[in-house]
Design a protein. Structure first.
Ligand code: HGY
Ligand code: MN
Ligand code: MN
Length: 411
């Protein structure tokens, strides 16, 4: 009997719905932002589930959470599997959470089967993948892969001025008695299961995606500085209206990113100060999220963005700060073949596809053989309470993950 035969789809779904209660709101919404008390409570639930399976919980200086199934050869580097437990402010029940719960389900299946792998297998929940509270995101996986949590990262503040370092300290203080592992320890392989967050698998009617790679991205914050003035008295030709300058920039950037047509450009954050109806806006802060599989296209649109910000600033001033730059990446074909082989042996239909969304797997790819397994989500909707995945697809993904982890942990 293969380990994946012990995967229990009902248990998987139950844990997913239990986890969704942490930050859960109406119509499937979940607000479980990074390093909040809501996420602390969710982490405690994950630790409870792990302890019930006699897994060894641990954390590190970046508050990454690990639940370890010991192997028969403790000196061997472990296999890691997981994703992130934090969500967007108005997120759904599956983004990130599925990868963590599917990895726990795989370990649960090994326990049920009475199997002990050669290598330890660690379920992981990475810190701050989503970047909505603290930007840039993927803090935990970046710190793990680089072996350090820099002072600059600890100084990142949220909209309320809370330092990431202080929020981390609060989470770690709540992790009572969890051993602190070093950042940057050796890992044999990493596998992340995730909803596709796109429509490809659902349209194809295929339950499993073997992810070929992740598209490149640049992220920015643009600050436009004008001057507050009286809406009734200040002459328009004499105003330094930060909002009108920002609107000109965003309209021009939108037009500049229309070709090639598959460029993904998003202005998702847009803050106006003092944001008062009868005051000419003094300052605007907005975000730019630029993505494309071809790094040369990202570079070309990057140059256009910089030129537009400079040209459209007058009579205000503007600063553009790049907060993230990650190139496109391809996951190792040998590991993709192993995942495809597991799916084929289980008789589960699968296909290769690239990831348009970002994932922690990007950073593990820099330190160990890494693979991702996608399952379909309804209409590709994500970062939205309407996010939905079919239980049968989630179970299929967990079965392929279980088989994959077993093969990796027995190497
Ligand atoms: O933005 C992303 O691609 C990821 O969902 N955080
Ligand atoms: Mn995600
Ligand atoms: Mn996400």
């Amino acid at each position: 009997m293969t380990p994946s035969a012990h995967v229990d789809g009902g248990r998987l779904w139950g844990r997913l719905m239990d986890l969704a209660r942490f930050g859960g709101g109406p119509e499937g919404s979940v607000d479980r932002q990074a390093l909040t008390r809501t996420e602390i409570a969710a982490r405690a639930e994950l630790v409870r589930w792990g302890r019930a399976l006699h897994l060894e919980p641990a954390t590190d200086a970046a508050a990454n959470l690990f639940l370890r199934l010991p192997g028969s050869e403790p000196g061997l580097p472990p296999v890691l599997a997981g994703s992130h437990a934090d969500t967007q402010p108005n997120g759904g029940r599956f983004d990130g959470a599925y990868g963590v719960v599917a990895a726990l389900e795989a370990v649960n299946a090994f326990r049920d089967a009475g199997l002990v792998p050669r290598r330890a297998i660690e379920v992981v929940a990475w810190t701050n993948e989503e970047a909505c509270r603290f930007a840039p995101g993927m803090t935990g996986s970046t710190a793990f892969a680089s072996g350090t949590l820099t002072d600059a990262v600890a100084e990142i503040c949220d909209a309320d001025g809370i330092r990431l370092g202080d929020a981390l300290a609060e989470v770690l203080a709540a992790d009572i008695g969890l051993p602190r592992l070093p950042l940057g320890r050796p890992v044999a392989a990493y596998v992340e299961a995730h909803i596709e967050q796109g429509p490809v698998l659902e349209r194809a009617g295929i339950p499993i995606g073997i992810v070929s790679g992740i598209q490149g991205t640049r992220r920015y914050r643009v600050r436009v500085i004008g001057e507050a003035a009286h809406a009734g008295t200040a002459e328009r030709r004499e105003r330094r209206d930060a909002l009108m300058a920002a609107i000109r920039m965003v309209a021009a950037i939108d037009a500049a990113a229309l070709e090639p047509e598959d460029v993904k450009l998003t202005v998702g954050l847009f803050q106006v100060a003092p944001n008062a109806p009868s005051v000419v806006p003094a300052e605007v802060l907005f975000s730019i999220d630029l993505r494309h599989p071809d790094d040369a296209v990202v570079a070309r649109v990057d140059a256009r963005i910089r030129a537009i910000v400079e040209a459209a600033a007058s009579p205000c001033t503007a600063t553009l700060r790049q907060i993230q730059h990650d190139p496109s990446l391809e996951f190792p074909p040998a590991l993709r073949d192993l995942v495809a082989g597991a799916a084929a042996d289980l008789g589960i239909a699968h296909r290769t596809l690239a990831s348009a969304a970002g994932h922690d797997a990007r950073h593990l790819h820099g330190v160990c053989p890494t693979a991702m397994i996608f399952v379909p989500c309804r209409a590709g909707i994500s970062h939205n309470p309407a996010e939905w995945a079919e239980p049968a697809d989630l179970t299929a993904g967990a079965r392929v993950l279980t088989e994959t982890l077993w093969r990796l942990a027995m190497r």
